[in-house]
Design a protein around this ligand. Structure first.
Ligand code: GRF
Length: 195
């Protein structure tokens, strides 16, 4: 029997998407979350506690681990097949992107190509959507390429933007979509590449 597909998740923050992905694949025989990495220390990122509660320790790494190739080496030594970015705020070095081309996904909390690119992360995205008077927003899953948020779009789900929404209201609504659709989109991508 073939071994399960091994995922690494990289994140920078609270890790709620990471937890939803871990829960989704927990009972799945063909895919396993084998590594979770975070570039922030435990006192600045809730992800450590979340993954520990699900039975996996988050590994901390530094910017230089990423830039100088040590993180890539760690993932290759751990036989990681796919890299899933889930609220990861660092730019991926070209060598890293090349190593996982076609096997690396990211999630963005808006309907790309609108409200993407440098500086468009976290609450800035939702503030910009509301300021622009948009009637809908949502989430986008896309392939990772060397340019921010410009890889091919794999999946989008949308929600309403209400007139009285605060950025936090909108963030909560988009986050629901992320938790629902990111894990199953990852599963569908793996299935189609491995078919
Ligand atoms: C999500 O909204 C994701 O789209 C964005 O950063 C947020 C991460 O949240 N890129 P969490 O750490 O998964 O809770």
């Amino acid at each position: 029997m073939e071994r399960p597909v091994r995922l690494a998740i990289l994140a920078s923050g609270s890790g709620s998407n990471t937890a939803s992905i871990m829960r989704y694949f927990a009972d799945e025989e063909n895919v396993e979350v084998a590594f979770v990495g975070c570039n922030r220390p435990p006192e600045r990122a809730g992800i450590y506690e979340r993954t520990r509660a699900l039975g996996l320790e988050t590994t901390r790494f530094t910017k230089s681990d990423l830039v100088e190739g040590r993180l890539l080496e760690t993932l290759q030594n751990a036989h990681i097949d796919w890299v899933i970015l889930a609220g990861f705020l660092m730019h991926m070095p070209p060598a890293f992107v090349q190593a996982f081309t076609g096997r690396m996904l990211n999630i963005h909390p808006a309907l790309l190509p609108k409200f993407g690119g440098q500086g468009m992360y976290g609450m800035h995205v939702h503030e910009a959507v509301i300021a622009a008077g948009e009637k809908e927003s949502g989430m986008t899953v896309h392939w990772v390429t060397e340019a921010y948020d410009e890889g091919g779009i794999v999946f989008q789900a949308s929600c309403e933007v209400n007139l009285d929404d605060t950025p936090q209201d909108l963030a909560n609504r988009v986050m629901q979509l992320e938790h629902t659709y990111y894990p199953r989109t990852i599963a569908a991508c793996i299935e189609s590449v491995n078919a």
